[in-house]
Design a binder for this molecule. Structure first.
Ligand code: FAD
Length: 476
């Protein structure tokens, strides 16, 4: 049964919150929608940084790729004019040399030599066949060893995984490998190498070309915002939600840094670990504190360097699996949408460093992060200190949810508790603790809006499907 709401408060104006707000309005499920956003502009992770000299870069490159038909059509409808195709160029710095990525046969042979290449192949074959008699892998490390063999695991994948997740890979869940490692297995990788990089549509392990938005990822946020406002919705920026009081079925008061918003229902896309302790009111049962405390997000420090050179590298992305380099990935903004992103004689390079809470790297200051980044860049001969005009850091505190072996169960317990709050639904990357992409978040937003409109059974059904909504294969 559909339950029209007079007024819905949507918390967070990332792509999920905006898509949900639009869906609530256009379907008639809500007469009024107010989106409350803590930052001074919408976008969340899908934002750009602007430098006064005219340089612009997204907070990590946001390419457009989706396997969800509804979202593909929606993106076309919203951003057809801005969307353009880009031929991917990326490279990996492995053991002191560059190799094109996705790998090609010649590159891999040059890198490891024919003998080690064969050893890696045999090790993968052995892992695959001996795995047939063993129980299902229990964690990320076991899964990866079985999929790629001990040699590739120890030499390339283990150091990279440890560096990205800042965690011993045996403590990570198998899901982390299934959704994030799109190369899949050595068999898939070998097929790809032998086929010269050709793969069937929908089964790609790495994209050879992708779509990007002229004007950066902000173009999508702008279009979504226009639709929300055009349908009568309000987007209130600078409104950091601090408390949510439920006074009964259909009676919510949301307190935030700009005042208070009354609503009949709340759709939240803000981090679930932040939102749950803000709840006050009629539900007597207390939140499962231990499960909440165990859900951990890694921060991402994005170190931006303005370089006095037309280009730093011919590549869009650079990958750095070695543990001796402090950053995991780098990218050069100007390659994604050439003309507008930077003046001809300068370029903006961004390097990504992940950090776990309660570690010195998490709280490292801007100066330290910049110095470490510059030091490693000049050591590998990519950029010298003298070429850098200025540098700055943007930190995303809720960068990556850490999929440890217990996170699914911890989230399930938290959602079980949240399902008891009438007229509340949580969704999106932060709400459902999901390591996803924009298309998945938009889809989660649409689905949550529909579930809220369908009443308590709709919300219960949504949480029952949460596991499926959270886990999508991410193609590299
Ligand atoms: C480095 C990097 C690269 C990426 N690359 C890609 C890519 O190539 N392609 C792709 O599709 N996706 C990519 N993504 C993923 C994509 O950015 C996210 O999946 C998507 O933007 C998440 O949207 P969301 O609305 O669910 O969450 P968010 O964008 O996190 O939105 C949550 C919003 O809630 C707000 N908020 C938080 N607390 C409060 C509060 N107390 N009160 C009010 N508001 C609050 C936040 O400010 C934010 O605006 C990338 C992400 C990163 C980090």
């Amino acid at each position: 049964m559909s339950v029209p709401r007079d007024h819905v408060a949507v918390l967070g104006a990332g792509v999920c919150g905006l898509a949900a707000a639009w869906e609530l309005l256009r379907s008639g499920a809500a007469q009024r929608v107010t989106v409350l956003e803590a930052e001074d502009r919408p976008g969340g992770m899908a934002r750009s940084v602007h430098d006064p000299s005219g340089l612009q870069a997204d907070l990590g490159p946001h390419r457009i790729h989706t396997e969800i038909e509804e979202i593909d059509a929606l993106l076309g409808e919203l951003c057809d004019r801005e969307m353009h195709w880009v031929e991917r160029r990326s490279a990996m710095w492995v053991e002191g040399q560059w190799v094109n990525y996705p790998f090609r046969l010649g590159g891999v042979l040059r890198l490891f030599g024919p003998i080690e290449f064969c050893r890696m192949g045999f090790s993968a074959l052995w892992a695959k066949t001996s795995g047939l008699w063993r129980p299902r892998p229990a964690n990320f490390e076991e899964h990866m060893r079985r999929a790629f063999g001990a040699r590739v695991w120890n030499r390339v994948l283990r150091p990279y995984s440890t560096k990205v997740w800042k965690t011993d890979p045996s403590g990570l869940s198998v899901k982390a490998a299934e959704v994030r490692v799109s190369a899949g297995s050595m068999v898939k990788m070998a097929k790809r190498l032998l086929m010269g990089g050709r793969e069937r549509r929908g089964q790609e392990t790495a994209l050879k070309r992708f779509r990007y938005l002229t004007g950066g990822v902000e173009s999508l946020v702008k279009r979504l915002g226009e639709r929300v406002r055009g349908a009568g919705g309000v987007i209130e920026c600078g409104a950091r939600v601090e408390e949510m009081i439920c006074e009964g079925e259909g009676r919510w008061r949301v307190r935030h840094s700009r005042g208070e918003t009354e609503a009949n229902a709340v759709l939240s896309t803000i981090p679930v670990t932040q939102m749950t302790p803000m709840l006050r009111g009629i539900v007597g049962e207390s939140a499962p504190e231990e499960n909440l405390a165990a859900l951990e997000y890694l921060a991402i420090h994005l170190v931006f360097l303005v370089i006095n050179r037309p280009q730093a590298t011919p590549n869009h992305w650079l990958y750095f699996p070695g543990e001796d380099i402090c950053f995991n990935r780098g990218y050069e903004a100007k390659h994604f949408w050439e003309a507008e992103a930077a003046p001809a004689d300068q370029t903006l390079l961004c390097l990504e460093i992940t950090a776990r809470p309660h570690t010195p790297l998490h709280t490292a200051g801007e100066r330290e992060l910049i110095e470490r980044t510059q030091g490693d860049l000049s050591r590998i001969g990519l950029v010298t200190a003298g070429e850098i005009e200025k540098s700055f850091v943007v930190t995303l505190p809720f960068g990556y949810p850490l999929y440890d072996r217990l996170s699914d169960e911890n989230l399930r317990r938290v959602l079980e508790h949240l399902a008891g709050w009438p007229g509340l639904i949580v969704t999106g990357r932060q709400g459902l603790f999901s390591h996803n992409n924009m298309d998945h978040s938009m889809h989660m937003g649409l689905e949550a809006a529909r579930a809220l409109a369908a009443g308590p059974e709709g919300v219960a059904g949504f949480y029952a499907r949460a596991d499926r909504l959270r886990h999508h294969r991410i193609v590299d």
